[in-house]
Design a protein around this ligand. Structure first.
Ligand SMILES: [Zn+2]
Length: 75
């Protein structure tokens, strides 16, 4: 029996630059594509403390849900 690797990795868009990011454990900066984007985003939030509270790009609960769904193979 061949051991197939769990399908293709889930991809998310980097909240900072919109680059596709593979949601894998190796990517310590997910959902950002890099530490640079992660810091830029955090910096933006710190700078704009008065930023209008709109919808956050995606909160962790949603991401968890997406992953669970992807793992069960129902996208
Ligand atoms: Zn990025």
């Amino acid at each position: 029996m061949t051991q197939e690797h769990a399908s293709r990795p889930l991809e998310v868009a980097c909240p900072q630059c919109r680059k596709k990011v593979a949601w894998i454990e190796d990517n310590l900066h997910r959902p950002f594509c890099s530490q640079r984007c992660k810091l830029l985003d955090l910096g933006a939030w710190a700078d704009e403390s008065h930023r209008i509270a709109g919808e956050p790009a995606m909160d962790e609960t949603e991401i968890d849900e997406m992953i669970m769904r992807a793992e069960r193979g129902q996208e």
